[in-house]
Design a protein around this ligand. Structure first.
Ligand SMILES: Nc1ncnc2c1ncn2[C@@H]1O[C@H](COP(=O)(O)OP(=O)(O)OP(=O)(O)O)[C@@H](O)[C@H]1O
Length: 337
């Protein structure tokens, strides 16, 4: 079957104080139509950089050094920044950020915001629009009726949509703001939604509601979702497949079930055993010792080796290559050949 998204040997660097470092190193990823792919890893593993690269929102001090991001066959790394709007929004790619306040305009009421953000009329505020939801020129092809807006707000659980429409973002709770972002997705019906830690700031009940809405979006509009989170339990609740990242490389890739039941990479095992929900009652919950590396000071070899209890001498000098272990299970670790 044709793939919606193919990322092929992607390398992304950041420049700081005259130095260059890689946040993504040789990443491969495929997303099918109507599939939810979870990307999990600790802070600094490169998850957001990947999301921003897909929507063309990498900061100016970063560069795609190598590789391709093929969205329905078009290489997004070759798209001129000004033309990128064609690939964002309706029927294309949409991104929900961790902090919806950073994507919503604090000076606009929700109604104006839903209309204008969706139609890309952000010319009055260049700064805001360029960094976040600037969809380029006004999208004349996007016709959103008021009844569609009301319908979308109802779908994301607002009982009185008309009351919400006249509010400013600061008059809403974090969960309500995140639901506004999901309502935008309902209106745009993207083929690909990137949700970057969309539930981090929310309580458990609201988190569960947001996950349910994302699943409904997938079921109703066949939207594929890349769900980014540091929380492997959360990711497993929603994803068909999970990719584990560390130090800019892919450590493990497999079906959600396989990754949770049969994790192979010591890093994946560490992520799982540090979660209370998987704690089997023996010994203590064991967080991974140490901290993720700074990309400007990455160790040689496997980036995880300084924190890995199974490390061998080869791990200190050679980066492990990703290998197929099972039907849909891949791992990058010297323990597996
Ligand atoms: N604008 C930037 N300039 C320099 N380095 C950056 C920049 N943005 C990110 N980085 C570095 O790139 C690496 C990957 O960052 P990224 O935000 O993609 O990771 P992440 O897995 O999404 O982490 P988090 O969960 O904290 O958002 C980190 O080491 C980070 O410090």
């Amino acid at each position: 079957m044709d793939k919606l998204l193919i990322i092929d040997d992607l390398w992304i660097s950041y420049y700081k104080d005259g130095k260059k470092a890689y946040a993504i190193r040789g990443l491969n990823l495929e997303v099918d139509y109507n599939q939810i792919v979870g990307i999990v890893g600790e802070s600094g593993s490169g998850k957001s950089t990947l999301g921003h690269a897909i929507v063309g929102l990498l900061p100016s001090n970063s560069k795609v050094e190598k590789g391709r991001i093929l969205f329905e066959g078009t290489d997004l790394t070759k798209i001129n920044r000004r033309d990128f709007y064609k690939f964002r929004g309706k029927n294309a790619i949409f991104m929900i950020f961790q902090d919806p306040m950073s994507s919503l305009n604090p000076t606009m009421k929700i109604y104006d915001q839903l209309r204008e953000v969706i139609q890309g009329k952000h010319s009055s505020n260049e700064d805001f629009s360029l960094t976040r939801w600037f969809l380029g020129n006004i999208r004349k092809d996007i016709i959103i009726e008021n009844k569609d807006i009301i319908e979308a707000l109802k779908k994301v659980g607002f009982k009185n949509p008309k009351e919400i429409l006249v509010k400013y973002p600061h008059q809403l709770s974090g969960g309500e703001r995140q639901r506004i972002m999901i309502a935008m997705a309902y209106l745009l019906k993207p083929k690909l939604l990137i949700a970057d830690e969309p539930t981090t700031a929310l309580d458990v009940v609201t988190q569960a509601q947001v996950l349910k809405m994302l699943l409904e979006l997938k079921d109703e509009y066949k939207t594929s979702i890349i769900f980014i989170s540091h929380d492997i339990t959360l990711v497993s609740q929603i994803s068909d497949r999970i990719l584990v990242m560390y130090g800019g490389i892919l450590m493990e890739d497999g079906s959600s079930e396989e990754i949770l039941k049969n994790p192979l990479n010591p890093y994946t095992k560490g992520l799982i055993s540090s979660l209370p929900i998987y704690f089997k009652g023996e010994g203590r919950i064991s967080p991974i010792p140490g901290f993720p590396p700074n990309i400007f000071n990455l160790p040689a070899g496997c980036p995880f080796h300084p924190r890995c209890s199974s490390n061998m001498s080869i791990c200190k000098s050679q980066m492990p290559k990703i290998k197929k272990i099972g039907e849909s299970h891949y791992v990058a670790c010297h323990l597996y050949g």
